[in-house]
Design a protein around this ligand. Structure first.
Ligand SMILES: Nc1ncnc2c1ncn2[C@@H]1O[C@H](COP(=O)(O)OP(=O)(O)OP(=O)(O)O)[C@@H](O)[C@H]1O
Length: 577
């Protein structure tokens, strides 16, 4: 609990006025909850002593009517304030969490699954907010009732009877506590199983087209059922565990009732207590049951929230490896980029994906990158986005390590068109303008022209205002590629990287795009990764990758003079033409 208060302390401080008001409301509600039984007890004693008058009867009836109405009003105000504060807390936590996700590097996203990250931002954070509200309600209200009830029982009825009947209660509370501690461990396991299930559902929803195309619905459902089954099984285990031990508490509680009744009856016989007092006493034992159980329910929320806070903290504590130096330098332009003995290993990989990379890229050059699949072309060009730090060697931009530059400003000078296109459920224009939200209409039109996307507009139902389906489902493969190229071009980047981005366009379109790039991007750098040599033939340098190393480098003319992979591949492509 201390952990939760520590972790939400900043919020409690900010919202102290609401919490103070809620505290006061809860005390009032607790007192009001105990009053009717007390009034009834007094009424019975008045009736037994034959002292009932019209005046005392109207007072008793009036009190019994007004108390619940007043309690309802205060409860209403309390519930409203409490729900509002909980929503605010959830909002603040989500804001912090999402900000953190945007600060994280590619390595982080390799380590954590999407489903897991989503369940931390949804189910886990809900548990924290639920606990933050129920802690106050559960503890203040329930402890308030317990203290007031025991106070009234001890000081106004009989301290001896209170001692006799209430002393067994700590045994019951200890049982509840034991259940709670064991349950925490089970809940942690359950949260992980739940995250797995979320991941599986996400994968099935994202991959539904492929699943259907390969008629794998039954198989996929089987896997889904397995994760859902595991989720249900682990939850059922927790419930069963609780159900097995909970009756123990009920039995202990029943003993408190029996003791109160037997000793209370004796006290009445020995005239140490009135009938009304015994009725108040036994009613209060009944009233105590709810708060004791609720407190254990609160501890259950605290249990859940403790696990959720640990999972939240796990993310908050991860320090991105790719981060700015204390005073990073901005970059808006460059003259020369050098790869110096660069070697690179993906975080979860054993072997190096890039080795011995030595390379110089000058501003204004067009660089072609070719090589067999899996040879490391994408990995090589993505190093310019600084998603990971290189494992060995360094990338030097204008004689300074890439690490010295501000990451955001570095990424701003690079326009990267990936192999798989991430399109959002927004209009075509909005999808393009993600590259530069401040672009003018002229810039938008120029980007569309360079990417040769103009000819597609006529085929779209609503032209540029057509809404793109999720993941670009309403566009053809070539249209998606050209839209992605337009998105990168609209920011007029210093370096444009086309990562196999011309693979889904026909030869004419490819030629048009390459011609437009030459005309409109002269003076800027283009890096073109391709399998078709027509796309890189005119490059100033062609880099041939093989098993993570540069095996050949030169212009097209130089490379076809050599008897290497490039020449062999080129000859084959010519034959197939
Ligand atoms: N995130 C990753 N984690 C671990 N290994 C990876 C990761 N991404 C790629 N690899 C591995 O790195 C190697 C190089 O991949 P890369 O995508 O750079 O090759 P490529 O030459 O661009 O391939 P293609 O022509 O098929 O696009 C491959 O063996 C691939 O399995």
């Amino acid at each position: 609990m201390i952990n939760i208060i520590r972790k939400t302390g900043w919020f409690l401080k900010k919202e102290w006025k609401s919490y103070t008001m809620m505290f006061i409301y809860l005390i009032i509600i607790a007192v009001l909850a105990l009053t009717p039984a007390y009034v009834l007890g007094i009424a019975i004693d008045v009736i037994v002593s034959k002292g009932l008058t019209w005046m005392s009867l109207s007072f008793i009836v009036g009190a019994l009517i007004l108390i619940p109405i007043f309690r309802y009003l205060i409860s209403f105000i309390y519930n409203y304030t409490s729900a509002k504060t909980a929503q605010k807390l959830a909002f603040e936590f989500r804001k912090i969490y999402l900000k953190k996700l945007f600060e994280m590097d590619a390595e982080f996203y390799e380590r954590f699954q999407k489903g897991d990250l989503i369940s931390r931002a949804t189910a886990d954070l809900d548990m924290i907010t639920m606990a933050a509200t129920s802690v106050l309600e559960g503890i203040i209200f329930n402890i308030g009732i317990i203290m007031f009830a025991i106070g009234v029982m001890t000081f106004t009825i009989s301290w001896e009877l209170t001692l006799i009947s209430v002393t067994v209660m700590p045994i019951g509370i200890t049982i509840l506590n034991m259940i709670r501690v064991r349950k925490r461990g089970y809940i942690k396991i359950h949260r992980e199983i739940y995250a797995n299930m979320t991941e599986k559902i996400l994968e099935s929803v994202e991959g539904q087209k492929t699943i259907r195309a390969y008629v794998q619905e039954a198989n996929d459902l089987k896997q889904q059922h397995k994760t859902i089954d595991e989720d249900i099984k682990s939850w059922r285990y927790i419930i069963n565990y609780e159900n097995r031990l909970a009756p123990l508490f009920e039995s202990v509680y029943a003993i408190a009732y029996i003791l109160a009744f037997v000793f209370g009856a004796l006290f009445i016989i020995y005239q140490k207590m009135t009938l009304g007092e015994l009725i108040i006493f036994i009613s209060y034992i009944g009233i105590l049951y709810g708060p004791i159980i609720s407190i254990s329910g609160v501890f259950q929320h605290i249990n859940n929230a403790t696990v959720a806070i640990d999972r939240f903290d796990e993310i908050m504590k991860v320090d991105p490896k790719v981060k700015n130096e204390d005073i990073p330098e901005p970059i808006i332009d460059f003259k020369k980029i050098e790869f110096k003995n660069v070697a690179f290993k993906y975080p979860l990989d054993e072997r190096y994906t890039l080795e011995d990379i030595n390379l110089v890229i000058r501003k204004g050059e067009t660089i072609g990158v070719v090589g067999p699949t899996g040879s490391g072309k994408t990995t090589l060009v993505r190093q310019l986005l600084r998603e990971f730090n290189v494992t060995e060697g360094d990338i030097v931009i204008d004689n300074k390590s890439i690490k010295r530059y501000n990451i955001k400003s570095l990424r701003k000078i690079v326009g990267y068109v990936p192999q798989t296109h991430m399109l959002f459920r927004r209009k075509v224009t909005e999808n393009i303008m993600i590259g530069n939200p401040d672009a003018s209409i002229d810039q938008l039109n120029l980007a569309i022209k360079i990417a040769d996307f103009e000819k597609d507009i006529g085929f779209l139902t609503n032209g540029l205002q057509t809404r793109v389906g999720e993941g670009g489902t309403t566009l053809s493969g070539g249209q998606k590629q050209r839209l992605s190229i337009a998105r990168a071009i609209i920011r007029d980047p210093e370096i444009l990287i086309l990562d196999d981005s011309l693979s889904a366009v026909d030869a004419n379109t490819e030629e048009t795009i390459l011609k437009q790039l030459k005309t409109y991007r002269s003076g800027n750098t283009n890096i073109i990764v391709a399998h078709r040599f027509s796309a890189i033939r005119e490059a100033n340098q062609i880099i041939v990758m093989d098993k993570g190393r540069i095996s050949e480098i030169g212009t097209h003319e130089e490379l076809i003079q050599k008897d290497g992979w490039y020449k062999a591949q080129y000859d084959q492509q010519m034959k197939m033409k």
